[in-house]
Design a protein around this ligand. Structure first.
Ligand code: ADP
Ligand code: MG
Length: 448
């Protein structure tokens, strides 16, 4: 078999076990560049793909390869030469924290898009793969598949990047389409101004004229009745004409307070995807990719330190990297770990106050809107049973409390009751997505 053929067949098998989005992200532009004496060299476009394949796919790839070519023993990755060009270009852009780079100022007047946000520098991992997959479907067929596309997630996790990348990609692929990006806050102030100046009709026809409308941070509509009304009107007109609408928010539609029911149901009428927190490995991949983009490298030790201490979002990871990049440019040398810790000490706060038994119990009770006494009671009422099981589960997961301890805490129950509750939630989490969301939310509250 030729190496092209072998690789095609490996890819075909991998495709069966990965999501389309992951497949596209990690296997695009890969190939076998040599296969000699049982050593296979896989060429990849950049270092983050390399890292990711090494960490997540090596075993699988090797297994598949061995089945095809039994003498294969070893797998190595190399970064394709042409990929270097991008990196070199990026090296010229040194940014100092707090100052905008030239690129950031370069917003296109017609679309309001910033060209720096693209899919080529958007990293995909399990934390955002659903949103990425939906975005891919949208850019291929704007207005035809998922309309609206509603993406939500916490700050600094890539919502704006994703919306803008969608816009930039559509502009690239469909030059005739009129695309417009608008932060919701700007939309709100435009509406207020237009009403004041009796220009609301022209504002509406301005927005109704686009083929793709990207509205960022829609939670700002909360409580703004008049603006909601105008937005509802624009939304419907665009929607009926099969124009693509993409919306971001820091929370799902049903959690946006003071939003009219009709808008909520419109937002829920297409596809909703969330972006969650990247795990440690993904944070490391992100750091490495961003460092490479900037044309710098840091020791593994330092990258590990950042990835294990900055967990909140990608913006903070970038912030940390910026500080170290600046140090490096100014001092013409990489910081050592000690220096890095010193430089980042304002960003990395001491480990957040560990959660306590009390805090977990209070948070769960508040979340389910029952009293702590009810939560801790012996009552078998349905409204108490589930919250109680959730609380027991969290005590075990977060604080590693023993089952006898948990049992005693909840009305002097036997440890088997606690164990049963824990197992019940573990099992339910596998099939009940609502519960997954609830526990995610409770966790966020516990640690906020
Ligand atoms: P949000 O709008 O959700 O608050 P942003 O889109 O502004 O977050 O992202 C914060 C920073 O992190 C931006 O500089 C963005 O480029 C970067 N970022 C976020 N997600 C990704 C990603 N998946 N890949 C690469 N960079 C990302
Ligand atoms: Mg944003």
């Amino acid at each position: 078999m030729e190496k092209e053929e072998i690789w095609q067949s490996v890819l075909a098998q991998i495709q069966l076990i990965t999501s389309p989005a992951n497949f596209a992200t990690w296997f695009q532009n890969t190939k076998i560049s040599s296969l000699e004496n049982g050593r296979v060299v896989i060429s990849v476009p950049n270092s983050f793909v390399k890292e990711w394949l090494q960490q997540k796919y090596s075993k699988t790839i090797l297994k598949i390869l061995k089945n095809l070519v039994p003498e294969v023993k070893e797998l190595v990755y190399e970064i394709e030469k042409s990929g270097l060009k991008v990196v070199n270009k990026r090296m010229e852009e040194i940014s100092i924290p707090g100052q905008l780079t030239l690129q950031e100022l370069e917003v296109d007047k017609k679309t309001n898009l910033n060209p720096k946000y693209t899919f080529s520098n958007f990293i995909v991992g399990s934390f955002n793969e659903l949103a990425y997959a939906a975005a891919m479907a949208v850019v291929r067929n704007p207005g035809q598949v998922y309309n609206p596309f509603f993406v939500y997630g916490g700050v600094g996790l890539g919502k704006t990047h994703l919306l803008q990348a969608i816009g930039n990609e559509i502009v690239k692929n469909f030059p005739k389409k009129k695309v417009r990006y608008v932060p919701c806050e700007k939309f709100v102030s435009d509406v207020i101004l237009a009403i004041k100046n009796h220009q609301i009709e022209s504002l509406k026809s301005f927005y109704q004229n686009f083929d793709v409308l990207l509205v960022d941070d829609i939670q700002f509509l909360s409580g703004k009745e008049k603006t909601q009304e105008e937005f509802f009107y624009i939304f419907n007109t665009l929607y009926e004409k099969n124009k693509q609408i993409v919306i971001s928010s820091d929370r799902p539609p049903k959690a946006i307070p003071a939003l009219t029911e009709r808008l909520r149901s419109r937002f829920e009428g297409g596809i909703i995807a969330d972006i969650s927190l990247p795990d440690f490995e993904t944070r490391l991949v992100i750091l490495k990719a961003k460092a490479e983009e900037r044309g710098v490298s840091f020791s593994e030790e330092i990258l590990n330190y950042i990835a294990s201490n900055i967990k909140k979002n990608i913006r903070e990871l970038e912030g940390a990297l910026n500080i170290l990049v600046t140090y490096q440019k100014l001092n013409k040398k990489s910081p050592d770990l000690q220096t890095a810790k010193q430089l980042l000490k304002n960003l990395i706060s001491p480990p957040s106050k560990v959660s306590t038994v009390k805090k977990i119990i209070k948070t769960v009770a508040d979340f389910y809107e029952i009293s702590e006494k009810e939560l801790l009671s012996n009552s078998r009422r349905k409204e108490y049973v589930k919250p109680r099981q959730v609380a027991m589960y969290l005590l075990r997961e977060e604080l590693k409390c023993s089952f006898p301890f948990i049992g005693r805490k909840f009305g002097g129950k036997d440890h088997t009751t606690a164990l049963h509750a824990y197992n019940k939630i573990v099992n339910d989490l596998k099939k009940n997505e609502e519960l997954v969301e609830e526990i995610k939310e409770i966790r966020e509250r516990i640690f906020s």
